[in-house]
Design a binder for this molecule. Structure first.
Ligand code: PMV
Length: 339
């Protein structure tokens, strides 16, 4: 019998960005962040125990080894978990994304969280959340471990609107779903401007944050912005939320573009799109706001009632295969098949 342990973990889009880490601590962010967990844009990862010399990894239709630079993070994470908990069993891992990898829609968040869940399920023979908890892996512990693989992965462990608090020391980081996915039917349509691998990954770019003269002023303004954004979500006020979303995304890009080694993630076409979206909003054609991660793609956040009108507006400008439509979601799902 060779059981298959699976986790389906959605990506998340940050409203208040995690940008920059504090030095000399494992994945200790410079600031608190807040995100919306998505629904369809997800990674599904399955793990089974197997007798091999090393873990085997299939992503989509390709096999990877630990020498593949592109997915080296995955093997590093498996080694980190195995070493910390003394697991020696090798795993056969199969993973599929419902979206293009490296497109700047946080495949590392859903990917590293799904890998953490599926591998720990396989190693501990856990079929569900309760089994994991009995082995010492409650949701906070799972978020802590996912975070070590990729910072933003910790927020994907929870559904709805999720806050990650940096805490007073690296071991006191906290995660909480402030509102469930039923609180507010928000949608995110991702407009793809490039599906190529990013030239500078977020790990390298995070390190550069402190070199920007805009970074410390940003940090001092964030606690107040966090309160305003939380209030807008609590009150379901799309306009108040949306205006802060745009300020926040542009400020993060300003930090990135003013670092000692500046990175320009947004291309001409994406910049023009931001201006067009704002103009259409001012003219009352659409009611939607943008946010952007460390990549070239634009997330258009809007209420469910606005979706059809926005979709028509977008489809007049973009081929349908450059649009990914999603909404707030309930968080990860686990399943188990015995064979
Ligand atoms: O999790 P990382 O190290 O890939 O950092 C990603 C950070 C952003 O996506 C740009 C913002 C965020 O909070 O998700």
């Amino acid at each position: 019998m060779n059981a298959n342990y699976s986790a389906t973990v959605p990506s998340n889009i940050a409203f208040i960005k995690y940008w920059g880490k504090r030095p000399n601590a494992p994945q200790w962010p410079a600031n608190d962040s807040l995100s919306m967990t998505l629904n369809q844009l997800a990674t599904r990862t399955s793990a089974r125990r197997y007798q091999g010399d090393d873990h085997s990894l299939r992503l989509g239709d390709r096999m990877y080894t630990r020498n593949d630079k592109q997915l080296g993070k995955t093997f590093v994470h498996l080694d980190r978990l195995a070493l910390r908990f003394g697991f020696t069993q090798k795993l056969q891992i199969t993973s599929t994304n419902s979206f293009p990898m490296g497109a700047g829609i946080a495949s590392s968040a859903s990917g590293l969280a799904a890998l953490t869940l599926a591998s720990l399920m396989a190693w501990t023979d856990s079929k569900n959340w309760d089994d994991l908890e009995r082995h010492g892996f409650d949701r906070t512990m799972l978020a802590d471990l996912s975070r070590l693989g990729s910072g933003s992965a910790c927020r994907s462990l929870f559904g709805g609107f999720v806050q990650w608090e940096a805490g007073p020391d690296p071991d006191s980081q906290r995660y909480a779903s402030l509102f469930s996915d039923e609180h507010w039917a928000l949608r995110d349509t991702v407009v793809l401007f490039s599906s190529e691998q990013k030239a500078v990954g977020s790990t390298a770019a995070h390190e550069l944050a402190w070199s920007s003269p805009l970074f410390i002023p940003r940090l001092s303004g964030l606690p107040e912005r966090m309160e305003l954004v939380k209030q807008a979500v609590a009150d379901r006020e799309i306009q108040a939320l949306g205006l802060w979303l745009e300020v926040e995304a542009l400020e993060m890009h300003a930090v990135i573009m003013t670092a000692s080694q500046p990175v320009h993630y947004l291309n001409q076409e994406a910049l023009q799109f931001l201006a067009d979206l704002r103009q259409a909003r001012q003219q009352g054609e659409i009611h939607a706001y943008f946010t952007i991660d460390a990549g070239p793609n634009i997330h258009v956040i809007h209420e469910a009632g606005e979706h059809e009108r926005l979709k028509l507006w977008l489809q007049r400008r973009m081929a349908a295969d450059r649009l990914l439509h999603d909404s707030v979601g309930a968080g990860p799902r686990l399943d188990f098949q015995s064979e």
